[in-house]
Ligand binder design. Structure first.
Ligand SMILES: Nc1ncnc2c1ncn2[C@@H]1O[C@H](COP(=O)(O)OP(=O)(O)OP(=O)(O)O)[C@@H](O)[C@H]1O
Ligand SMILES: O=c1ccn([C@@H]2O[C@H](COP(=O)(O)O)[C@@H](O)[C@H]2O)c(=O)[nH]1
Length: 424
């Protein structure tokens, strides 16, 4: 009997912090009290939980303030990681990349999920939510505990609320369902930032990154699958959040332009759009277009032509084969950038055929759209889809669309008048 008691006692004390925590039912204590009695318990639970992500019993979130979450979505290479780093530097949000957490788990010695994760990443498919969600929750909890500890050390009355940027999640319906089930109201989802680029840019950026990233999915085959997953599985999630009015779409295709300064300025320029510099003679640095032109006019730099300009002849040939569809442009502002560069350097960049062909396709598709309505004597037109047209290109057909609607209105009025006459 005595031996059994000793054994049980030994077992109990070996698991002491965990047992202690599990036996305590959370009471509405003030945070400082909770910290002084419980924080070590939560910590050790956290580490056990982290080592064995299957063991969700060890998880305790309830005594910490409800954190704010911003989801950051966008295609592969949209710049989610890049922008999150900038936001977190500027505003202090904690950046958690679901992809990075999965890659870390994949490379953790002895992880039973390593192979499964590697397979999904290579194929551009989505890892089951139980794994991703627990990794995210662990990472959030780790940060929340750090805030709690900080408050405790500084004898603050309340713990700061965690602010998280969750990059690359939720990516599909399974992710969304799992997030609702495991996290739900434990956090406050404030916003969903969606970074958008033409497909060509996603591809270019990831293939370029692939030259040094060592990532198993920065190659043409994986990219095809990742783009497909983004379009067919992630975009429906964006639509879901759009209905909740939480989505903010951002054009992420703005390329900075590379200049070679002829002057020295050892500090950074802190502009609204980001921090640029330092500037050193002969050392290339990226800046916004307006700054490049301004410095160039003062003879303070030379401008390096963006690489996509070299690919324009290829796009021109491909677009010449396509009679009815616009191919993805190099980026949203390609025409404006070309115009500025042409003005600056006084020479023209050979792509007038490409511009004419795209304008012709656009005009033809708008024309056909309305012609069908007139021919069938319909008062309404179907959905307008002008895929791959940039904002500048859409402005070109704005007048045609306005005229088309005006004529449809006239048609409608005539039909109504005719039907009223019939009744008399
Ligand atoms: N605005 C930009 N202009 C040009 N290149 C960019 C821009 N933003 C990011 N990049 C580059 O594109 C590549 C992809 O960026 P980043 O890793 O931030 O994208 P991501 O959306 O997090 O990608 P993934 O989903 O594949 O992890 C990087 O090499 C980065 O330097
Ligand atoms: O929530 C997620 C996030 C990512 N994945 C997988 O990881 C790769 C790479 O993700 P990046 O965000 O582009 O770094 C992605 O293609 C998925 O295979 C995931 O399954 N779930």
């Amino acid at each position: 009997m005595f031996v059994i008691i000793i054994k049980r006692w030994l077992n109990y004390s070996r698991n002491f912090p965990v047992n202690f925590l599990l036996k305590q039912t959370p009471k509405p204590l003030n945070y400082c009290q909770i910290l002084s009695t419980k924080i070590d318990g939560i910590d050790s639970c956290f580490y056990r939980f982290f080592n064995n992500i299957n063991n969700n019993k060890m998880y305790d979130w309830n005594n910490l303030p409800r954190p704010n979450v911003i989801f950051v979505l966008g295609g592969p290479g949209a710049g989610k990681g890049t922008q999150c780093s900038l936001i977190s530097e500027k505003f202090g949000h904690v950046h958690l990349s679901a992809g990075d957490l999965l890659r870390k788990e994949q490379n953790t010695f002895g992880s039973k999920y390593g192979e499964l994760i590697a397979e999904h990443i290579k194929n551009g498919t989505i890892v089951p939510v139980e794994i991703t969600c627990k990794l995210l929750m662990n990472a959030m909890l780790e940060n929340m505990i750090a805030l709690a500890k900080q408050a405790n050390e500084n004898e603050q009355k309340s713990i700061a609320v965690g602010n998280f940027l969750i990059d690359g999640f939720p990516r599909n319906q399974d992710n969304l369902d799992g997030w609702r089930k495991f996290v739900g109201d434990k956090v406050n989802v404030e916003l969903v930032l969606v970074l958008e680029c033409p497909e060509q840019i996603y591809l270019e950026r990831c293939l370029k990154r692939g030259q040094h990233s060592g990532r198993a999915d920065d190659n043409p085959e994986s990219m095809k699958k990742r783009l497909d997953t983004h379009l067919n599985q992630t975009m429906p999630i964006v639509n879901y959040y759009e209905k909740l009015n939480l989505v903010k779409r951002i054009d992420a295709s703005h390329d900075l332009i590379e200049i070679v300064p002829t002057f020295r300025y050892d500090r950074q320029l802190n502009l609204i759009t980001g921090d640029f510099g330092p500037f050193r003679p002969s050392v290339p640095v990226k800046v916004p277009m307006w700054l490049a032109i301004n410095l160039h006019r003062q003879n303070k730099c030379s401008i390096i032509s963006p690489t996509w300009i070299n690919d324009l002849p290829k796009l021109q040939d491909a677009q010449a084969q396509e009679m009815n569809r616009l191919l993805p442009p190099p980026n949203e502002h390609w025409r404006e950038t070309l115009k500025l560069l042409e003005q600056e350097f006084g020479r023209s960049i050979q792509c007038s055929e490409l511009i004419e062909r795209r304008e012709a396709i656009l005009k033809k598709s708008v024309h056909e759209l309305f012609r069908e309505a007139y021919d069938k004597n319909q008062m309404f037109i179907g959905d307008v889809t002008l895929d791959n047209a940039t904002s500048a290109e859409l402005i070109l057909v704005k007048e045609m669309i306005a005229k088309g609607f005006k004529r449809l209105q006239e048609l409608r009025r005539n039909v109504l008048l005719a039907s009223n006459r019939k009744h008399y």
